[in-house]
Design a protein around this ligand. Structure first.
Ligand code: GLP
Length: 241
């Protein structure tokens, strides 16, 4: 694991964008694994600016997102589809036919998971996976549990995650109880991973994930076993390391 301490959120976001830009330059037809949440917003803003400056070309890029809430439509402004469009896709020259998220509206969740696994497989796997860190150590929506799920699966969100994510909804009752998430196995098969972490409320879980035992009760701890992970974190998130 390469752990890089950055000055602050902006510095972290620029450095994450540097890594993504380098890959896009070297491999214009790369497959990017994308994340949602508040942490990557600055990274996406940097990518958009670089595109607008003429430095980046998204025309050959394929994207696969980590997760999607179950039961909310793409038009819903809380869907991760909406988030990605709003924060990245609609601002760059990406082919929307090559942007993928699990289908949260498919009533048959097993089918939605299976379809998504096939999409990732057909894309040839993920070249670079961007990850944020949940307050309870989750990555994507892989919640703390007894084992590391391999591929895309239906998740029952924990009360902690519902609580952490209610800030994006009108109330905690509005937060969907279930989601579809890429599995830990798929994440671990990505050829490279960038984990971005910011803020002092993540300091404790950061310490557990990066330096504690590898356990499915802290899902991000599995990243200690990946051969090509770069962790970019600001000084607050790094304060207990
Ligand atoms: C959500 C997402 C995760 C994300 C996490 C952290 O639950 N499913 O992929 O990493 O939130 O969000 P934030 O970056 O807002 O702390």
């Amino acid at each position: 694991m390469k752990i890089i301490r950055t000055r602050d959120y902006d510095d972290m976001s620029r450095k994450a964008a540097n890594i993504i830009s380098a890959l896009m330059t070297m491999k214009p037809e790369c497959v990017l694994g994308l994340a949602t949440g508040s942490t990557p917003i600055g990274t996406y803003r940097n990518l958009v600016n670089r595109y607008l400056n003429g430095d980046l070309d998204f025309s050959g890029v394929t994207t696969v997102n980590l997760d999607e809430y179950k039961g909310i439509t793409r038009e819903n402004d809380q869907s991760y589809y909406y988030f990605m469009n709003h924060n990245l896709f609609q601002h760059v020259n990406i082919d929307l036919n090559r942007t993928f998220l699990p289908d949260g509206t498919e009533p048959d969740a097993l089918k939605a998971c299976d379809d998504y696994n096939k999409v990732i497989e057909a894309a040839g796997g993920v070249d670079l996976q961007i990850l944020g860190l949940g307050h309870n150590g989750h990555i994507g929506f892989n919640e703390p549990c007894g084992e590391f799920p391999d591929t895309t699966h239906l998740v029952r969100l924990t009360p902690e995650t519902i609580d952490a994510n209610k800030r994006f909804f009108a109330s905690a009752e509005d937060v969907p109880r279930q989601a579809l998430s890429m599995g830990i196995g798929t994440i671990m098969r990505a050829r490279g991973i960038v984990l971005i972490i910011t803020g002092k409320e993540k300091a404790q879980i950061t310490k557990q994930a990066l330096t504690g035992p590898v356990t499915p009760s802290v899902p991000a701890s599995i990243l200690q076993y990946h051969k090509n992970v770069t962790v970019l974190l600001d000084s607050e998130a790094a304060s207990l390391l």
